[in-house]
Ligand binder design. Structure first.
Ligand code: NAD
Length: 260
């Protein structure tokens, strides 16, 4: 990449999304952060990102579960920077329950955020990327985009759908300098995961190390969490010119989970 690119990363006020914007900022991109937290809460993070980047960073407080929220996000990016060159569909939620007890509103919410929001953002940015002849779309799916686990019907369906959307759009835009890929992480060490550990240890009557190894990382052969920095590094690589032949791919970053 030679000139300054603009990246929109959904759900980037914490966890993986925040790690990805930090990685993008380090290579000088303009950044559009997004989340559901109020702007005053995110302002210190935004300032930090801007300091690293040398480019600009804006935060868009928008609920992208609704198409109007996606409109707000993309128009904020276009008003601030004039284009969206990199789109990362990262925002996601989870709910765990047997299918016959799965609350219908939770199903609708998970499909809306984890799958439909990525369709709406993609639909909005592809014309601009085609016009400029360059673009990168990165969908943060999951190992659950490739294999299933019980009690996660909505999440697994949405993430498999996101992998399908990735392949379809990749084929449609392949001759326009645009790549579309999914990253499929296993368990990633984020504040959300870290916070569950003491309670799970107490509930199971086991140590925190045993929770990590035998509960959370039961399916992850390396018995190591994926780091947010690993996720950022892959996203950065997919944005490089060296990655211009990688498209329509679903890249597992899961310590060997889906190899089993
Ligand atoms: P997180 O809970 O730390 O962050 C979620 C982000 O999404 C926050 O910025 C939040 O503001 C935003 N968000 C939530 N609802 C939103 C809405 N309606 N509109 C806009 N933004 C919204 O999550 P995370 O663990 O970093 O996960 C990020 C993505 O990675 C998700 O798609 C998740 O499914 C996927 N993933 C995570 C893991 C993991 O172990 N953490 C593993 C596989 C896949």
């Amino acid at each position: 990449m030679s000139d300054t690119k603009t990246a929109v990363v959904t759900g980037s006020s914490s966890g993986i999304g925040l790690g990805i914007v930090e990685g993008f900022a380090a290579r000088g991109m303009n950044i559009v952060m997004n989340g559901i937290e109020p702007p005053e809460q995110i302002e210190p993070l935004r300032q930090e990102i801007e300091k690293v980047s040398g480019g600009k960073a804006v935060y868009c407080h928008a609920n992208i579960m609704k198409p109007e929220g996606v409109d707000t996000l993309i128009s904020t990016a276009l008003e601030a920077f004039g284009s969206v060159d990199v789109l990362v569909n990262n925002a996601g939620i989870q709910h765990v329950a047997p299918v016959e007890e799965f609350p219908q509103d939770k199903w609708d919410a998970i499909i809306a955020l984890n799958l439909s929001a990525a369709f709406h953002t993609t639909r909005a940015v592809v014309p601009g990327m085609k016009a400029s002849g360059w673009g990168r779309i990165i969908n943060i799916a999951s190992a659950h985009g490739l294999v299933a686990s019980p009690f996660k019907s909505a999440y697994v369906s949405a993430k498999h759908g996101l992998v399908g959307l990735t392949k379809t759009v990749a084929l449609e835009v392949a001759e326009h300098g645009i790549t579309v890929n999914a990253i499929c992480p296993g368990y990633v060490w984020t504040p959300l995961v870290e916070k569950q550990i003491p309670d799970t240890a107490e509930a199971h009557g086991i140590t925190e190390e045993e929770v990590k190894r035998d509960v959370l990382l039961a399916a992850q052969p390396t018995k190591e969490f994926v780091s947010v920095e690993h996720m950022a590094a892959i996203a950065n690589f997919l944005c490089s010119d060296d990655a211009s032949s990688i498209t329509g791919a679903s890249l597992p970053v899961d310590g060997g989970w889906v190899a089993q």
